[in-house]
Design a protein around this ligand. Structure first.
Ligand code: SF4
Length: 292
């Protein structure tokens, strides 16, 4: 199998099979991210993809799911993706459910009709690393799209029937803009139909522009308590029923299905953490992370 650099895969998805069809990230410019700093974006040669599929066909001929790598395989054109999905179905004929991660911008150059074709070929679920629905924050962290782009591209996925996750990146707007980040993100997310909203907290990794800005006093990071307060504000303003997952490590499990049914419970849990949680331990666990 061909894998380039560190393999990042969804922890919520079967660990195998994986198929690398692109390397690195087309953007590689978000101010907080180190994931693909050492890997240039490249489209994997088609003969590599085919060799890997032959290997998977020999090892896991009955595979019904597969995860496409790396940061944003959907950056490929419709025709290239169609070709690869057809190859997957050829070598793994029982394939039912293809999953990948994507940037919001990767959907732009595909029509709803093209997305429907990709869905028919098995592309069923996408994780969108949205991070914020607040335009000031999106520009501040250099995401390369606006809240209007998020709405437009998510609505295309809705129309095509492709399921998607959206992430809210807790803390990434810093202290200065925390409230607007929480409220405007919730407003934008609430106009979409994700199957899951996931939240994680900011860690300032070495060699990131955001850490350098923090050192110069140009970025003011949230404390663990402020992170919980921001998450609470986001939850209070989020009004869609979906799964809700948080990567914050605390004594309370806030993750699960039926967000709207559990919303008050989640808010109570966050209130408890704000007032009584072991915030130092949570901050220590978060600080030990080595990558997103
Ligand atoms: S956060 Fe995602 S889109 Fe941004 S640089 Fe990292 S991998 Fe690329």
């Amino acid at each position: 199998m061909h894998f380039t650099g560190t393999v990042y895969r969804s922890p919520y998805w079967p660990t195998w099979p994986l198929l690398e069809i692109t390397q690195g990230c087309t953007h590689n410019n978000c101010k907080f991210c180190t994931m693909y700093k050492d890997v240039d974006f490249r489209v994997s040669p088609l003969d590599w993809v085919e060799e890997d599929l032959k290997e998977l066909a020999a090892d896991t001929p009955d595979a019904r799911t597969i995860q496409l790598l790396s940061a944003n395989p959907l950056a490929l054109s419709f025709n290239k993706l169609k070709n690869i999905l057809e190859m997957i179905n050829h070598y793994l004929p029982k394939m039912e459910y293809i999953y990948t991660v994507s940037r919001v911008t990767d959907i732009r150059n595909k029509s709803v009709e093209e997305l429907k074709v990709l869905k028919e070929l098995g592309l069923r679920e996408i994780s969108l690393g949205v991070e914020s629905g607040d335009d000031w924050t999106l520009e501040r962290i250099n995401k390369g799209y606006t809240s209007a782009d998020i709405l437009e591209q998510c609505h295309k996925l809705d129309e095509a029937g492709i399921a998607y996750w959206m992430t809210f990146f807790n803390g990434v707007a810093g202290r200065e803009h925390s409230k607007q980040h929480a409220i405007n993100s919730a407003k934008i997310f609430s106009q979409c139909n994700p199957i899951c909203v996931g939240t994680g907290g900011l860690v300032l990794f070495p060699d990131t522009p955001l850490l350098e800005e923090a050192k110069r006093g140009e970025f003011d990071p949230l404390s663990e308590k402020e992170m919980m307060e921001e998450l609470k504000l986001f939850v209070e303003n989020l009004n869609i029923n979906c799964n809700f997952i948080t990567h914050h490590t605390s004594s309370i499990n806030l993750s699960g299905a039926n967000f709207l049914n559990r919303k008050e419970e989640i808010i109570d849990g966050l209130d408890y953490l704000i007032k009584n949680g072991n915030l130092d331990t949570m901050a220590r666990i978060r600080a030990n992370k080595v990558s997103l």
